[in-house]
Write a protein that binds this ligand. Structure first.
Ligand code: MRU
Length: 342
């Protein structure tokens, strides 16, 4: 496995490492992940982030733990701890549950290790392929001359492939379409300013960074004609959770009649979740809102005891979505009402 943000080599001894996304873009530092506890800490600290990448990384770290000789009891404990690391992105639960099924079987030790390894590698490979398919379906919705707004980071840093929403944008650029991207900075953790801008720069896609509270104004000036965002969980009625601020973007898009597309793979669909109201929303530490942290250290600019509300995600209702770009194709609201996600 060798992606923009995740590497796993099996040469002599399994070796898993991740690009520390908290330090980007100033510092590009790879950190070794030696056990599931280190992976859990990396996921909680958003060193590893993005719904699909969290799922793939958790699966690989469980496989590494099995190869390192962990008992079944320990592996089951680790599955529970990994799944609790971030509650909103359902890819984490979907991927870890695939390995849990194997852990719960009574296979001979060599067969068990082989099965778990095959499954973990399949999860990574599948994510790569899902991204590729979404990119092709989504890029067909983009025309030369489009000016596109995106929120958070949904690119190669967030998946094992080209990404979801940002993957679509990148594919359109690779196909020679002349596009411009407006990037929401994405407070509080600045995934847009730090990560999406870094990726767009790396792939030489023209872009402009704006703060989140500029998006409505930029739309009112007619500077945006399409919006693409990723997602962390899609309910069967089409409601979806994504990075906090996405709902506001969708409301503004609706007002300005700008097509609003959500891009996500099958691994982000929660078939047990009937509507967005059932999606658990992660609450994070108050200091993320009181200030900021990164390669520059930790800065607090409000009073240290300022009361804070810090939901990490919000839910966008299906009615505000123009179309859902999945790895299986592009769905309309009518398709969803007819049960396409059930
Ligand atoms: O908190 P993060 O950085 O993990 O949030 C990421 C997002 O909200 C992305 O848009 C989502 O995971 C889709 S990424 C392919």
């Amino acid at each position: 496995v060798n992606t923009l943000a995740l590497r796993w080599s099996l040469d002599n001894k399994p070796h898993l490492s991740v690009l520390d996304q908290q330090l980007l873009p100033q510092v590009e530092k790879w950190i070794g992940i030696h056990d599931c506890n280190e992976m859990i800490a990396a996921i909680k600290a958003l060193k590893v982030r993005g719904a699909p990448l969290i799922g793939v990384s958790a699966a690989l770290s469980l496989a590494q733990s099995a190869l390192d000789g962990s008992s079944k009891e320990k592996l089951l404990h680790e599955t529970a701890e990994l799944m609790a690391a971030r509650p909103t992105a359902v890819n984490l639960m979907n991927c870890v549950n695939r390995l849990k099924k194997i852990i719960l079987t009574n296979l001979r030790p060599e067969v068990f290790l082989k099965e778990i390894l095959i499954e973990a590698l399949a999860i990574a490979q599948e994510d790569f392929e899902l991204c590729d398919r979404m990119a092709n379906y989504g890029a067909a919705l983009i025309d030369s001359g489009d000016s596109i707004l995106t929120h958070c980071n949904s690119g190669a840093l967030a998946t094992a492939g080209v990404g979801t929403a940002l993957g679509v944008i990148r594919r359109a650029h690779e196909l020679g379409k002349k596009i411009h991207v407006y990037v929401d900075e994405t407070r509080p953790l600045l995934q847009g300013a730090r990560l999406t801008a870094w990726e767009l720069d790396k792939f030489q896609i023209p872009y402009t960074l704006i703060t989140d509270n500029m998006a409505a104004h930029v739309m009112s000036l007619g500077k945006i004609n399409k919006i693409f965002v990723g997602c962390d969980r899609i309910a069967v009625n089409g409601d979806f959770a994504n990075k906090i601020g996405t709902y506001g973007v969708a409301v503004c898009a609706h007002y300005h009649q700008i097509p609003f597309y959500v891009v996500g793979p099958q691994t982000t669909v929660d078939s047990k979740c009937l509507s967005g109201a059932e999606i658990p929303i992660e609450q994070r530490h108050a200091d993320e809102v009181r200030g900021a942290s990164g390669s520059f250290g930790n800065v607090i600019w409000s009073q240290e005891n300022t009361p804070v509300y810090n939901p990490s995600f919000d839910v966008t209702p299906a009615k505000l979505v123009t179309a859902w770009v999945l790895d299986t194709g592009v769905l309309t609201y009518k398709n969803i009402c007819e049960g396409a996600l059930k």
